[in-house]
Design a protein around this ligand. Structure first.
Ligand SMILES: [Zn+2]
Ligand SMILES: [Zn+2]
Length: 241
């Protein structure tokens, strides 16, 4: 694990000039035994265009993970598989047949998950965390602690983090992605922050559905350990360790 790098490919929050913005989320994890695409955004054209702008070849991707069955995380799947169908696609077994059939028709490998599962050395999925919207998160183990990537965090980011740190690695380096706090009050957000800090979370990099107020409060609470995110952000994990 010399150069572990996570790039936000698709987001509604801006970061790097020249990338297309749209509601949804996707990021790419590079530097492990397998190159993992986490979620595919809502629009296939945009994710492929952003990949091109960032110099990422879809054919270099080995694994696709879908966090939950919402269009803004799955909508780009068909277009992506047209560019590269030689991938394994992990999704919860509770996903709709519609999404499953996109994978089958493209001839890619469909892997349905429910329980925690290992994707490759250092990379795991939580499996189904139940809520109104069932969701799974990607957890990457590093010498500096666990990196947790959430799609929308519908089951609650603290619950997902608690599950992941109990299940995998206690040390908690970074939580990133959508934290789903855009309708939460100041008090609710502060309690989420203090719970995450109680788990010794070192860095945060929220985006997508986190909301403006929560993003500001995370920034204040984590100071120089807050990593601004948005489309085109590259987080070099090795630098954080
Ligand atoms: Zn979302
Ligand atoms: Zn969602």
């Amino acid at each position: 694990m010399d150069n572990l790098e996570i790039t936000v490919l698709y987001d509604n929050c801006p970061y790097k000039k020249g990338l297309k913005l749209a509601w949804g989320f996707s990021c790419l994890v590079k530097g492990l035994e397998k190159t993992i695409l986490f979620d595919v955004g809502g629009d296939g054209k945009i994710i492929l265009e952003n990949m091109r702008s960032l110099g990422i070849n879809p054919k270099d991707i080995d694994v696709v993970v879908l966090s939950h069955d919402h269009w803004d995380h799955t909508g780009g799947l068909n277009s992506f598989l047209t560019a590269n169908s030689g991938v394994a696609v992990y999704m919860l077994e509770s996903f709709s047949n519609e999404v499953k059939s996109v994978v089958k028709l493209a001839g890619a490998d469909l892997i349905e998950t429910k329980h925690p599962v290992k994707i490759c050395e250092h990379a795991y999925l939580t499996g189904e965390i139940r809520s109104i919207v069932n969701e799974q998160s990607l957890c990457v183990m590093t010498p500096g602690g666990q990196v947790l990537i959430a799609g929308c965090a519908h089951p609650d980011i603290t619950l997902i983090a608690r599950f992941a740190t109990n299940q995998f690695q206690k040390e908690f380096l970074l939580a990133m992605g959508g934290f789903h706090l855009k309708k939460s009050s100041d008090i609710e957000i502060k309690s989420v922050i203090s719970e995450l800090k109680g788990m010794d979370l070192k860095y945060v990099s929220p985006c997508h559905c986190t909301g403006e107020l929560a993003t500001t409060l995370f920034g204040e609470a984590f100071g120089d350990k807050y990593i601004e995110s948005g489309a085109g952000r590259v987080i070099n994990i090795t630098d954080l360790i």
